[in-house]
Design a protein around this ligand. Sequence first.
Ligand code: SAM
Length: 439
Amino acid sequence: MITFAITDIQNCQKFRKLAEDFNLYDDNHKCKRIDGRRVGVPLREGAVGGLATCEDDPSGYSLGGVSFRLEHHDDVRGRSRATAADSLRSSVQHVMKGRGLWSQELEEEVPRRWEKFGDLVVFSAQRHFVHERWAQAGDVLWDAVCAALKAKRVALRHHIQANDFRSPLLRLVRGESGWVEHRDNGILYGWDVTKSMFCAGNAPEKQRVAQLDCSGQTVVDMFAGIGYFTLPFLVHAKARCVHACEWSPHALHALRYNLERNKVTHKCVVHPGDCNKVCPSRVADRVNLGLLPSSRISWPVACGALKNSGGVLHIHECVPEHGETCSECATIIAGLPERGALLTRQFFSCNRLQDCSFLVSSGDRLPCGVVGRTVAWRWAGWRRWALHAAHSVCEMLPREEAPCWRVVVDGLHHVKSYAPHVDHLVLDLRCEPLHHAVS
Ligand SMILES: C[S@@+](CC[C@H](N)C(=O)[O-])C[C@H]1O[C@@H](n2cnc3c(N)ncnc32)[C@H](O)[C@@H]1O
């Protein structure tokens, strides 16, 4: 019997990531489609004891804002996944033992998880095949890996490089070309894995973008890469037009290929170069800022890209659980009363702002300007960062045509764990000009 957490299909990727982060996920088994609307995520034995029940529904559970129920199933498909890992283990053991190279310490470097794009399988270079004895086995080891996983190419992934292109440090150990093609949520992506990154961990955010209704809207994607967000905006969210800025020639090549293959070239204007220079202004209903660890340097340009009628910024950032903020925000946040407060121009320093209504309450909920909507966070550092970002953006928005703005936190989304105690978050900031506030 396997215990599954049953979530709705929209939240299942997010939930799976959370379950991984909290070490609840049983990666020996596959997620299971229950019906058209629900998916079961397998949980480790003993995980249930630590789960929190929902306040309003004692038979339901909640993790990171996602509600779910528990069901126990026999899982037949899960066994085939376990078999692939088992088959890999026995193949590599066979190779190593045959050459007198095996020892028990290598056991934990045999992968139980990997990424596979077409016929190319990618392992983590930090965790898998690290010991020098693996290299002594030579090509026969990679032959065995390919045979066990039905692959033709093998790559080892080191960290993403901290250069301007965020290039992946990925080494092919079997195969010649790094070009792969991968279908994700109905979209075909092609790219060279040795030159451009594709982060499977960003899937929850890609899925969320795909569910937005952007019909009639113009979107600016400031760090378009190979089109990770540009394509869901065009194909699923039905954006009228996306302006995609990108400066890496390799990513630009893949982006144009992907636009073509998904038949949306006519709806995308590609702006090659530094987005801080080539980004169009006053055109956007939404601006996507998908750069890690921070896109802060481009916030002023993103504000300038919004139409005079306003729009939404989707700001990605790696946020520490206990991060601090600027002293001005910190003082204001510390002084907030227990239940709710109206932050006026003391918080939003645009001094012509008359009726800013950014409502903040204590605890782990942030009701914010829109009646009936709440934004949850898990850590105080997330809240401090969200408020600080809203504050900073509010200072950057004023322009001759629209001198006063209101900024509302529309959502704060957890995408993945980035490092210990640091999370990749996306903040949705709705920016509205307050024409009536101009005196
Ligand atoms: C790490 S990728 C992220 C892609 C995608 N937004 C995501 O989150 O999965 C960042 C991309 O932004 C590009 N980039 C970084 N700084 C840039 C800049 N100033 N102007 C244009 N492109 C930039 C890099 O070349 C890279 O392709």
